[in-house]
Design a protein around this ligand. Structure first.
Ligand code: ADP
Ligand code: MG
Length: 256
């Protein structure tokens, strides 16, 4: 078996990994309308590691749910790996999600009765994937440094280890993009840093596109790019690891 982990089956194409076009989300609230997202547009290239940052309540989880096809925008469009996923039927959306998208959550969301290996195998029994699920799961758990924890259940693993299993599971079907909502939110600083280092390494080794949401600027700084959400709008778009742009650029909005 090749040592190289399979990445997107799509091969090269000109479309970005993800495009959000004028995403708006409003919810009815006591006769009024609560405008959570007020017109957000961006493109994320293949293999980019991007953080969506904003204070609690700024709409990060709402935006991630929409770009992952779990929720519908009030208006606007989402293109995932070149496919318009806005307003698809639930069955088509489920198939696209299974092929193109991996999800990671703050609270890991592993199945408690399954072992680490079984948790990673589970998505491979839905849809068609090359190779055996058990070999693929072992390969991925080795990739995240858990080859010695295959038979452990979630309650026999530390928080950092559970999140590594969740990341291995998200990568199981070799998706084009992995979306993670506050993936370090339940971890102490050193385990959080380990997860961020792991994401960077996996991005380098597999070419997978990673988008994380966080309220924490030090977490966002681990990404290459930060999309800053303020008051339902994109306030800035910058390379987070570099020096912050001058205030004039911040005020103008998009830097790249
Ligand atoms: P974040 O992830 O940045 O903390 P969220 O996307 O979870 O923010 O929430 C954005 C805002 O929308 C918050 O003010 C939240 O209370 C509100 N909100 C989210 N979902 C609902 C809902 N189903 N009903 C009413 N308000 C909601
Ligand atoms: Mg949130």
């Amino acid at each position: 078996m090749s040592a190289h982990i399979e990445t997107s089956r799509e091969g090269q194409s000109l479309s970005p990994a993800l495009e959000a076009r004028d995403i708006r989300k409003s919810l009815p609230l006591g006769g009024e309308s609560l405008d959570i997202l007020k017109g957000i547009s961006f493109q994320i290239g293949r293999g980019e590691f991007t953080a969506i940052i904003g204070p609690s309540g700024s709409g990060k989880s709402t935006l991630l749910g929409i770009i992952a096809g779990l929720d519908e925008p009030t208006s606007g469009k989402v293109f995932l790996d070149g496919t318009d996923i806005t307003f698809l039927s639930e069955s088509r959306m489920a198939r696209i999600r299974n092929q193109k998208l991996g999800m990671v959550f703050q609270a890991y969301n592993l199945i408690p009765t399954l072992t680490a290996q079984e948790n990673v195998e589970a998505p491979l029994y839905v849809g068609v994937h090359p190779g055996s699920p058990s070999a693929r799961a072992k390969e991925l758990l080795a990739l995240v440094g858990l080859q010695h924890r295959l038979d452990h259940r979630p309650n026999q693993l530390s928080g950092g280890e559970q999140q590594r299993v969740a990341i291995a599971r998200a990568l199981a079907a070799a998706p084009a993009i992995v979306i993670a909502d506050e993936p370090t939110g339940n971890l102490d600083q050193s385990n959080g840093q380990n997860i961020l280092d792991l994401i960077r390494r996996l991005r380098d080794e597999t070419g997978t596109t990673f988008v994380i949401a966080t309220h924490d600027p030090t977490v966002a700084a681990a990404a290459e790019r930060a999309l800053h959400i303020v008051d339902g709008l994109l306030a800035s778009d910058t390379a987070a690891a570099m020096a912050p742009p001058p205030p004039a650029l911040m005020a103008e909005g998009s830097v790249r």
